[in-house]
Design a protein around this ligand. Structure first.
Ligand code: G3P
Ligand code: MG
Length: 357
């Protein structure tokens, strides 16, 4: 569907506002819509199904390529969501493609971390599941783990041919794409990679690059209290690495609350608006994305991530904190107070549309 048709309300001038929605704890709990999100998101579309208000999802989560996440969200929420409307914790990794395009890298986390990196253009990437399967006995606890891992087995001839190459190929960087599943194995093998210069089982070497998609200590899933996130995994890895290695762990974390995420979100919303208004004289086609928003709303559930980030980003960001996720307080958050506190995302959308009408 094209976005060229706009409702009469916004036809004369392009909307001076946009919205960024956090996903976990605002739009979804696990895989279920919450806070009336499915009903409320539909209000951002015309009856025809075309987009009316520029909005994106700005999540620290991930594990699947943006195209796949967009189609899953479309099914869950009953609207047509574009891949360009999905900004995940790992989305900034694509900016590193020039540096590591042909280098051997390992991608860690739930879902399809290697597919995420391949979609960004990285050409020589293995998931941690596949990488570890080439090393005999790298995880001494594997025999006690009851789950099965799909990749290569010893019966496979390609596997046998590939194993010596993979095991002697230096890992240049490790990317923690999404929440790691098997912490014990991943911490073990990451320590192997990081302290040997990318060659597990060998002597100490220069630490390869290490990137985390976010640094969330906790996030809200389906269980009533918060769950440990990638930031907790980072603390575990870092604490252990620093005990077994002379130099402290060097790493870079992406994701909210970094101001860069909010700057990028503004750019993504501007580009989205340009495509919505592609047939309009109101957009300067010579410099797409040059439109200036008066207000950008960040709707989040985590004060120290979503609200802190929006506050630090400053104008034109306006922060709205929901009570459906990490934050469960009655009043505003003491350390990172939001511009507005509401119960649900439905209330947030109601507030925004009333204010902007
Ligand atoms: O793993 C997901 C989590 O860390 C945060 O997701 O959507 O609340 O930014 P979100
Ligand atoms: Mg959240």
């Amino acid at each position: 569907r094209s976005f060229s048709q706009l409702s009469s309300q916004y036809q004369r001038s392009s909307p001076s506002f946009g919205i960024a929605f956090d996903i976990d704890g605002v739009i979804l709990l696990g895989n279920s819509p919450i806070g009336g999100s499915d009903k409320a998101i539909k209000r951002l579309y015309q009856d025809s199904g075309n987009l009316r208000i520029p909005y994106i999802f700005l999540t620290n989560g991930g594990g699947f390529p943006e195209s796949k996440r967009a189609s899953e969200l479309s099914k869950l929420l009953g609207v047509n969501i574009l891949p360009s409307q999905v900004v995940q914790g790992h989305s900034p990794f694509k900016q590193l493609v020039n540096r590591f395009e042909n280098e051997f890298i390992v991608a860690v986390g739930k879902g399809e971390p290697a597919a995420v990196m391949s979609a960004y253009g990285f050409k020589n990437v293995l998931s941690m599941d596949e990488y570890t399967s080439y090393f005999d006995n790298i995880d001494p606890l594997a025999q006690y783990k009851k789950w099965t891992i799909t990749p290569a087995t010893n019966e496979n001839s390609t596997f046998k041919e590939m194993a010596p190459t993979i095991c002697s190929q230096r890992v240049q960087a490790a990317f923690i794409v999404s929440d790691p599943v098997d912490w014990s194995r991943d911490i073990q093998v990451l320590c192997d990679i990081l302290r040997t210069g990318g060659l597990p089982g060998r002597e100490i070497g220069h630490q390869p690059h290490l990137y985390f998609a976010n640094d969330d200590l906790e996030y809200q899933a389906t269980f009533p209290s918060e769950r440990l996130g990638m930031g907790a995994f980072r603390i575990a890895l870092e604490s252990i690495f620093n005990r077994i290695h002379p130099n402290p762990l060097a790493y870079t974390s992406f994701g909210k609350p970094s101001p860069l995420v909010f700057q990028n979100a503004e750019l993504v919303l501007k580009k989205l608006l340009s495509s919505v208004y592609s047939n309009s004289h109101l957009i300067n086609h010579a410099t797409p994305g040059s439109h200036n928003f008066k207000t950008l709303y960040m709707v989040g559930d985590n004060p120290s991530v979503d609200i802190k980030g929006a506050r630090q980003a400053g104008q034109p960001w306006f922060s709205i904190l929901t009570r459906t996720g990490v934050f469960k307080g009655k009043e505003n958050h003491a350390k990172y107070p939001a511009d507005l506190v509401v119960d649900t995302v439905e209330e947030a959308i109601d507030y925004i549309l009333r204010k902007e009408s």
